[in-house]
Design a protein around this ligand. Structure first.
Ligand SMILES: Nc1nc2c(ncn2[C@@H]2O[C@H](COP(=O)(O)OP(=O)(O)OP(=O)(O)O)[C@@H](O)[C@H]2O)c(=O)[nH]1
Ligand SMILES: [Mg+2]
Length: 403
């Protein structure tokens, strides 16, 4: 007979009882599976002698899942806001264990793995991820998730955030409860799975992973491939202004500058010289690229000042550059453009307002003017975004009231 600290079915552990593990299970209409999942989690805790609880986070399932979960021995938390992330946030808030083990309510994961997750946390890990990719049972995952969705999204996540996690969307994972404030999780949908991994990597937490099995699901899937895939992708992009704005913006403006240079110098490239049309195309790329870079800097500033994000690249840049640097750069570029345009007008006047054929130089002047003016005003916008930081400092250390 097990000597484990067990919680009788349907009875909550006493409020002051120290719990090592909370198994948190999100549930939306899983009447077919929820009892078996709760029982399996409960059994795994008891068999391993782990003092723990099973918490089911339910979004008002209309198939009786909540009652079935309670009857099977879980503590049910009701969360009116729909979504996988919302359910987990409510489950985390209710969890009392030092460790939280997460798993779906669809029998895809083997709850007997719980002690293995606990072992890694005992060993010092903060976040432990299951890795399903080499152990997907036949029929457990549609081919487009297995060979496209999961590898592409996990790969992209690692290009952007370098987390080293192979299966970033695995639903079975474990986290040290004391690490949750550092994760500061907010998303409400399936993208919660990505958010957790990314935030853990950004916070430099100890992330580990080990292979687990993935079984065919009981009941109906709640995952919508395109909607949820897009929500993951959107999350990845909007949390990395460097990859969303700065890299494409820099590539566009550099390419634009090269095309303009080719056209201006009239050098032979690919067996022909490039004239005014190439110049217009190059200027367009140059201007749009600079604009996208400006938006990226503003997005970085917003993330840093309003969302508490840390980005070493942006932090270094803002230590080095001040508003006046931006104004000077913008002013110089605009002045160069104005001088070029002024010279063309001068030539025109000099020719007695006759024919002019300075299109390429005129396009260069216009591009420099546009980028210069944009740089000038973007610098002010960046400075305005930074005002809040100074205001925060003032609020934190208020001045003594005037006598
Ligand atoms: N509370 C709550 N739970 C949800 C919601 N959406 C999904 N879930 C639960 O979250 C878990 C994961 O959802 P699944 O439908 O299994 O999605 P998946 O595991 O990515 O996809 P499958 O491979 O089809 O299982 C399951 O336990 C669902 O019941 C929701 O809006 N609210
Ligand atoms: Mg599932």
């Amino acid at each position: 007979m097990s000597t484990a600290t067990t919680t009788p079915v349907g009875v909550e552990p006493a409020a002051d009882q120290r719990l090592r593990v909370s198994v948190v299970i999100p549930c939306l209409n899983e009447a077919e599976n929820i009892e078996a999942c709760v029982a399996a989690a409960r059994r795994a805790l008891d068999d391993a002698g782990i003092a723990g609880e099973v918490v089911v986070a339910d979004n008002d399932s209309d198939d009786g899942s909540a009652a079935l979960a309670t009857a099977a021995g879980a503590r049910v938390v009701l969360e009116p806001r729909r979504g996988y992330g919302s359910a987990y946030l409510a489950g985390f808030a209710a969890a009392r264990g030092d460790y939280i083990v997460m798993g779906d309510a669809d029998l895809t994961y083997d709850f007997n793995e719980i002690p293995n997750f606990v072992r890694e946390l005992d060993d010092g890990a903060d976040l432990v991820m299951g890795d399903r990719m080499d152990n997907i049972q036949p029929g457990a995952m549609p081919w487009h998730h297995r060979y496209i969705g999961n590898p592409v999204l996990s790969g992209f996540l690692n290009v952007l955030y370098k987390t080293g996690v192979r299966d970033a969307h695995c639903g079975m994972r474990a986290v040290r409860r004391s690490a949750l404030p550092a994760l500061d999780l907010r998303t409400t949908g399936m993208e919660f799975a990505s958010e957790m991994v990314i935030r853990a990597a950004k916070a430099d937490l100890d992330i580990r992973q080990f292979p687990i099995d993935y079984h065919p699901r009981g009941g109906e899937s709640k995952l919508s491939s395109f909607r949820d895939g897009w929500r993951h992708l959107r999350f990845l992009l909007v949390h990395s202004p460097t990859h969303l704005f700065i890299v494409p913006g820099a590539v566009m403006s550099l390419l634009g500058a090269l095309v303009m240079l080719t056209s201006l110098t009239q050098i032979d490239l690919f067996g022909r010289t490039w004239d005014v049309h190439a110049m217009v195309g190059g200027a367009l790329l140059f201007v749009v690229g600079a604009q996208v870079c400006g938006l990226g800097l503003c997005a970085h500033a917003y993330g840093t000042y309003f969302m508490g994000e840390r980005d070493p690249w942006f932090d270094r840049a803002r230590r080095r550059f001040r508003l006046e640097h931006g104004l000077l750069l913008g002013g110089l570029l605009a002045a160069a453009g104005a001088v070029i345009e002024g010279a063309i007008i001068w030539i025109w006047i000099d020719r007695g307002f006759g024919a002019l054929a300075e299109q390429r130089i005129a396009v260069l002047g216009a591009a420099l003017l546009i980028v210069g003016i944009q740089t000038f005003f973007t610098s002010f916008l960046l400075s305005i975004l930074g005002l809040r930081r100074d205001a925060g400092r003032d609020v934190a250390a208020p001045r003594a009231p005037d006598a």
